[in-house]
Write a protein that binds this ligand. Sequence first.
Ligand code: DND
Ligand code: ATP
Ligand code: MG
Length: 262
Amino acid sequence: MVDLRFSEEELAIRREHITEFIADRVDAAGADGAVLGLSGGIDSTLTAHLTVEALGEDGLRGLVMPGTVSREDNMSDAERVASDLGIEYDVIEIQPIVERFVDAYPDSEGDETAVGNARARTRAVLNYLVANHEDQLVLGTGNRSEALVGYYTKYGDGAVDCHPIGNLYKQQVRQLARAVGVPDDLVEKPPTAGLWSGQTDEGELGIAYDTLDPILALHIDGDVPATATARLVDVDVETVDRVRAMYERSAHKRAMPPSPER
Ligand SMILES: Nc1ncnc2c1ncn2[C@@H]1O[C@H](COP(=O)(O)OP(=O)(O)OC[C@H]2O[C@@H]([n+]3cccc(C(=O)O)c3)[C@H](O)[C@@H]2O)[C@@H](O)[C@H]1O
Ligand SMILES: Nc1ncnc2c1ncn2[C@@H]1O[C@H](COP(=O)(O)OP(=O)(O)OP(=O)(O)O)[C@@H](O)[C@H]1O
Ligand SMILES: [Mg+2]
């Protein structure tokens, strides 16, 4: 299996690079710190840790935003992260807001994707409500694996001012999370978008991150042909082709909305 984890030396360099990036973005914007959504998952937990390293505990506000499908253990983990880091945080229930959207367009009721994405977009509106009012930047928590396959909600969790961990594949997110002291139970729990009940990233994507990451690194980022990638990762070539299809189908999420040339 192809291993994308960093050497100790490279890991330390990456960690410093990301904390400098966060401090530089906030400084360049003339902002008074940053805000991010805390879900109890590894991406937001790692981003919060690195932001406190960069800005100090006064530089970050966390928003814990449960909805009806949010698991209670995830929400208590999110509050534990905020308390352990010593940052200020608010708990905001999104269900009443999401219900208003569904009431406004009742045909959407029961559509898991549409309503699930409305949950992610409701959180984005709240992030920006706080950022505008507190003069802060909204930090994204997306990693490179999610970005390349488009596994996020356009203008939902994708609506942010910068992506501090956006260059790390999920395996590397786990490695850096351990290094900065994220508790093992948070590093090891199955990633979930939490948009509907029972959802997991690997279940919905149909592939484990330990398989997806090397395919992305070799075939998408490294231009290694599909057949060679399949051999190196020990999967069939159809799996590599399926990942390429996800990458191509989601190109619109990684680009500015286009206009006619003239
Ligand atoms: N070719 C194209 N050119 C321009 N725009 C295009 C387009 N194709 C679709 N679109 C637009 O994009 C929309 C579809 O994109 P979008 O609204 O994002 O919706 P979609 O990609 O269908 O769903 C979001 C996916 O991301 C997952 N997710 C969401 C949030 C968080 C996480 C997580 O890991 O935590 C994962 C979620 O489980 C789901 O699988 C369409 O309704 C259309 O408006
Ligand atoms: N209930 C929630 N409260 C606050 N923010 C949330 C909530 N659910 C999702 N988010 C925001 O949306 C982001 C995207 O979710 P995503 O699941 O990709 O990351 P994660 O939960 O941090 O990590 P993991 O992928 O391991 O579940 C989160 O990092 C967080 O910023
Ligand atoms: Mg999650």
